[in-house]
Write a protein of this length. Structure first.
Length: 230
């Protein structure tokens, strides 16, 4: 049975899933967190040639920041949706962004949002490792089965946080959703549907989900969101 290890890189979650055949890494953290990530991979027994695949839930730098480096060191291909490749070819940051908070964003979390922005720019000024632009090796399509790449999961295109956001659903009902959902200070918040892809919420609502593993914060059961209570 696959084993999951959550890697918290200063508030951004990466997920290492391993079995007897090797490992798959979901997201890679910011460049400045590279040493911590490498140490965790080593302790988990994930060495060069053991990492079969790197999956990016989206292209933002806090999720894609070490993808190119890991590909070079471990030899693992990078898989993501084509909707976010443009920012990965530049700086992992430059893209159209919806500045509006989610509809269910509690007022108390505006303090967290301000603090997050401050921390981000502080890390950007202090980090030593630079973002390495890259082109993905595998472009994932909606509904694609990832077992051919070593991960028992289906990739669903779930734009909202970004044009190319994806969520991965395992046979056991675990949803790795990137930044489509987050849990902050005990509050679960969700991204708005993208105006160009208004069916994301309906798509997620139709899935049988046991537990949600977000890009930020602790995992939570789907009944914590209004989406699955509708």
């Amino acid at each position: 049975m696959p084993q999951r290890r959550t890697i918290d890189l200063g508030g951004t979650n990466c997920y290492l899933i391993g079995d007897d055949e090797g490992f798959v890494l979901i997201d890679t953290g910011l460049p400045h967190s590279r040493a911590q990530l490498l140490e965790t991979l080593d302790k988990a027994g994930c060495h060069p040639a053991d990492l079969r695949l790197i999956v990016l839930t989206h292209g933002d730098i806090d999720h894609s920041g070490n993808a190119a480096y890991l590909r070079g060191r471990f030899g693992a291909p990078i898989a993501m949706h084509s909707g976010d490749t443009a920012m990965c070819l530049s700086d992992g940051e430059t893209r159209e962004r919806d500045a509006r908070p989610p509809d269910d964003f509690p007022k108390v979390l505006y303090l967290w949002l301000v603090a997050s922005v401050f921390r981000y720019f502080a890390r950007k000024l202090l980090r030593r490792e630079a973002f390495e632009p890259f082109s993905p090796d595998i472009l994932l399509s909606d509904g694609e089965d990832l077992r051919q790449y070593g991960l028992a999961a289906i990739a669903y295109h779930t734009p909202g946080h970004s044009k190319g956001s994806i969520s991965l659903l395992t046979p056991g009902g675990d949803l790795y959703c990137g930044d489509h959902f987050a849990q902050v200070w005990g509050h679960v918040i969700g991204a708005r549907d993208d105006s160009d892809f208004p069916s994301t919420s309906d798509k997620l609502r139709a899935l049988r989900i046991r537990m949600v593993y977000p890009g930020h914060g602790e995992p939570f059961s789907p009944d914590r969101t209004k989406l699955w209570l509708a």
